[in-house]
Design a protein around this ligand. Structure first.
Ligand code: ADP
Length: 191
């Protein structure tokens, strides 16, 4: 089983690359951002609670996203592996994920971190806000999300570095170029 954490700041291209990865490597895509947005669209109590936080660029509580991931793992007993996109975003989430996977006699194979300069990230997010109308892609929220990332999410890289699962690639270039770099990594067997 190949379980991959795709890591990087908001706008790094995790969603775009995930779509290509699941097709080639037959993994199941679990994006907490997408799961939260479908809760919002369904106007569920969870969605209503999450919306104001997301619109402000603040992380939703760990228990909420951990619960969502737990139920998605349970829903896919047939999976050959998962790609986690936008999760774990805190150390507590990373620890919970290890525990959940251990319950399936599984573990994270590696973390792939997409590195993109901050100026380019801001530009990409502003463009996405215009193109897709995502309510959290405006200047004020973008700055808050980058701040949350630096404060709470960056330490998660250290968590995977400590177990030698951390791999960094450049997230700058064409979608195909970046996918080529990711593929090369995923085609290398893990120990
Ligand atoms: P991006 O990576 O572009 O910021 P996402 O779609 O991954 O976009 O996340 C959008 C928002 O959803 C975040 O700003 C946060 O409020 C919430 N969110 C998504 N995943 C998590 C998570 N794992 N933990 C806490 N909040 C999350």
């Amino acid at each position: 089983m190949q379980n991959v954490v795709l890591f990087g700041p908001p706008g790094a291209g995790k969603g775009t690359q995930s779509a290509l990865i699941i097709e080639k490597f037959h993994l199941i895509h679990l994006s907490t951002g997408d799961l939260l947005r479908s809760e919002i669209a369904a106007q569920s109590p969870l969605g209503i609670q999450a919306k104001s936080l997301m619109d402000a660029g603040i992380l939703v509580p760990d228990a909420v996203v951990i619960g969502m991931i737990a139920s998605r793992l349970e829903a896919h007993p047939e999976a050959q592996g998962f790609i986690f996109d936008g999760f774990p975003r805190t150390i507590a989430q990373a620890e919970a994920l290890d525990e959940l996977l251990a319950g399936y006699h599984s573990k994270i194979s590696r973390m792939i971190s997409l590195v993109v300069p901050e100026q380019e990230l801001k530009q990409r997010l502003m463009l996405r806000g215009k193109a897709l109308g995502r309510s959290d892609d405006n200047e004020e929220t973008i700055l808050k999300r980058i701040h949350e990332y630096q404060e709470k999410t960056l330490p998660v890289a250290g968590y995977y570095k400590a177990s030698d699962k951390y791999f960094e690639i450049s997230g700058v270039g064409t979608v195909e170029e970046i996918f080529g770099r990711i593929s090369q990594l995923l085609e290398t067997p893990t120990i």
